[in-house]
Design a binder for this molecule. Sequence first.
Ligand code: BEZ
Ligand code: FE
Length: 280
Amino acid sequence: MIKESYFTEESSAEAVNARMGDDINPRLAQVMGSLVRHLHAFAKDIDLTQEEWDLAIDFLTQTGQMCSPERQEFILLSDALGFSMLVDAINNRRPSGATENTVFGPFHVADAPIREMGDNICLDGKGETCLFEGRVLDVDGAPIEGAMVDVWSDNADGYYDVQQPAIQPKFNNRGRFITGADGVYRFVGIKPVAYPIPDDGPVGKMLAALGRHPNRPAHLHFLVTAPGFQKIVTHIFDGEDKWLSSDAVFGVKESLIAPFEPASGDTQWRAPFDFVMVKA
Ligand code: BEZ
Ligand code: FE
């Protein structure tokens, strides 16, 4: 007996989705139902060939095989496809004036040293010195006491310490700072430099095949947390960087471009930037 739910090209997605049980998690049913509909529509839209699908399976297999405790090629794929930024945008809609989120990236280290305000986080002595300072505020402009400002950046050669454990001092260009009653944070680091995302794997090959470069414009990463407030995962960018309008992972937002001003004090540069947090 022919049943409506037998598989045909025309009704392919419906045939698959009809197999879901009645008693399953409703969110799972929604997510998988939509995924199957879009995936089948995609194959039909482009008349996917067998060779192309075999290539895609091979690409995904290589992506999985590239993953290790030190390397997450699937997150890199999500980043390079702009998907990480989309998921972040959907989940972090904030009122105007609040600091915007951007991509987290793979180079955060959870236990960076807690340092004193004004400390220098650059331990290898390379790069142009820069004073980073500002305040952590709520949306009404009141300072937030006890906020943790966790910062990390690449060194002047364009590598994070964790990419060069045998070359760079541990925790080079990293630190955590806790604000006092004035909400102020202040530390010395280096004016960041642009660098390529890891491009020696399948994601790098994909970028090359698409005529895309792997570079990220110069930036410093921040994770700002405070009790009672939504965490901020963000960067500040150097507005002069040549890759600003073509970031390989689409992380740039206009509000995150900091002024890097030539400084006359102990550092060559100064980059003022305030973080504005939204209540949880
Ligand atoms: C980063 O900025 O550290 C980064 C972000 C996404 C992919 C690779 C690196
Ligand atoms: Fe980075």
